[in-house]
Ligand binder design. Structure first.
Ligand SMILES: [Zn+2]
Length: 466
């Protein structure tokens, strides 16, 4: 092995980080319980796109991972939008003639129309009705409703409760303020060897909803915790932001950072019992799309890969025409397709500890692909090397080959410095990690070397060479 190869060899080993292996050493049930406990801690908080709920949420995340909190003043122009006012709410209720609270914000943060302007008056039920939101098709559930961009006030309640309200006057109170303040978001940046970044983004603006916001948030925080202190190839950026306006604001304020984003994933709705759905980036065949697809195909869980659509979560902003970032979206059940979506039934029972832990493992598998994907050069390209000489082949002939030998043959055959390990995994139909392990064995045997990459994206390798 030449001196150059020896250097390359060491570098590969130092970057053969396997996040999934580390997670698999933890008990799945125990890991799931930790995620679910964090969701339970966050669940009662009345979050919105601005205000104390989101600050409190960021504070709780900050206890687990290093988080930079940025405050952007109301009125700041962000592309075609403006940073909205800050919403504070102390109390909200509807009292019947006897003074009993029939609708009560103290019971659930969902019982008020999120972002409601203040009101305090008496009014008859027939007048109040236009400010009441229910779900007749699920009469025991409370809907989640917002009015961010048109000032309004209102309450959300179960349809059965509404049916039980007698006519007459009610005392209506929303003790809130909507004033100039700040939009806040949290950012956790983990520096890797390369300045090239992997972006994870999740929204943290929904009140007491578990799958929609808390599942993505808890898994993202656990992932950041896991990655801290690791020897990373890429740098990682985790965004905890209010949906839509948060992503728009972050993009408007971080134009220089955006050029470093090589791969990205929006995490949302990953705690329910459904199978996985991965929505591709607008690019469609970006490395993140392919890494997620390979990870899902071999995850042993039901999964489906969806084409990009310009509607959904914050991938809408990252994949907007002007940015076109390689950012996909990982979900379990797709938002809007299950009845619990945006209702009080999206509660802590709706998300399952083991499903959260499995989602974390899937994210780890995807990171393993990104961290370990590179091109190699076969050092003995003329005919197959005699693998048995290197201890890489079975000693008894006649049996069919196993997947380890098969993977080695694929890696040798396609390692022309052009095909990446992910290309090889796709073409062979093997899990990425089986291919990467085969490459590692071939490197160890001196049959394979990491190729000196030419493209600008691989600043990691150029850094190694210098
Ligand atoms: Zn939502």
């Amino acid at each position: 092995m030449s001196c150059q190869n020896a250097i390359e060899h060491t570098r590969i080993l130092s970057h053969s980080m396997r996040l999934l292996e580390q997670l698999e050493q933890q008990d799945l049930v125990e890991a799931g319980k930790r995620l679910h406990d964090f969701a339970a801690e966050l669940y009662p908080i009345c979050r919105s796109i601005t205000g104390p709920g989101i600050r409190q949420t960021l504070n709780l995340i900050q206890r687990r991972i290093p988080l930079t909190v940025t405050e952007v003043p109301s009125g700041t122009p962000v592309f075609d939008w403006k940073v909205p006012k800050e919403w504070h709410i102390c109390d909200a209720y509807i009292k019947d003639a006897s003074g009993r609270r029939v609708v009560d914000f103290q019971r659930s943060s969902l019982e008020v129309l999120n972002y409601s302007t203040p009101v305090h008056c008496k009014m008859p039920l027939r007048e109040l009705r236009s400010h009441l939101f229910t779900l007749p098709e699920y009469p025991d559930w409370i809907p989640y409703r917002t009015s961010y961009y048109k000032e309004n006030w209102g309450f959300c309640l179960s349809h059965n409760k509404l049916l039980g309200l007698p006519d007459g006057d009610y005392e209506v109170c929303i003790d809130s303020t909507l004033k100039d303040g700040h939009l806040v978001y949290g950012e956790c940046y983990l520096k890797g060897e390369s300045r090239d970044e992997v972006l994870f983004s999740c929204h943290v603006c929904h009140p007491s909803l578990a799958n929609d916001n808390l599942s993505g948030l808890t898994v993202a925080a656990a992932l950041a915790e896991l990655l801290s202190g690791q020897d990373l190839r890429y740098s990682y950026r985790f965004l905890f932001i209010p949906g839509t306006i948060g992503a728009i604001t972050w993009l408007a304020q971080n134009r220089e950072t955006i050029g470093s984003i090589r791969h990205g994933l929006v995490l949302t709705g990953i705690g329910d019992q459904g199978g996985f759905h991965y929505k591709k980036s607008r690019v469609g065949n970006a490395e993140i799309d392919r890494a997620a697809t390979n990870a899902l195909q071999h995850s042993g869980e039901p999964s489906e890969v969806l084409e990009f659509t310009p509607y959904g979560y914050d991938e809408r902003q990252y994949c907007s025409l002007g940015f076109n970032l390689p950012v996909g979206c990982l979900m379990r059940s797709v938002w809007g397709t299950f009845p619990e979506y945006h209702t009080s039934a999206d509660n802590l029972d709706f998300i399952k500890p083991v499903q959260l832990a499995r989602s974390l493992r899937l994210c780890a598998t995807i990171i393993d692909v990104l961290e370990n994907n590179r091109q190699f050069r076969n050092l003995k390209p003329f005919c197959e090397p005699q693998l048995g000489k290197y201890g890489l082949y079975r000693s008894i002939g006649g049996q069919s080959i196993n997947s380890e030998i098969n993977a080695q043959l694929w890696v040798l055959n396609l390692s022309d410095s052009e095909h990446s390990l992910l290309d090889i995994a796709e073409r062979s139909g093997l899990p990425f990690i089986v291919v990467a392990d085969a490459a590692q064995r071939l490197v160890d045997a001196g049959l394979l070397a990491v190729s000196v990459e030419r493209n600008a994206a691989s600043s990691f390798v150029s850094a190694v060479q210098s």
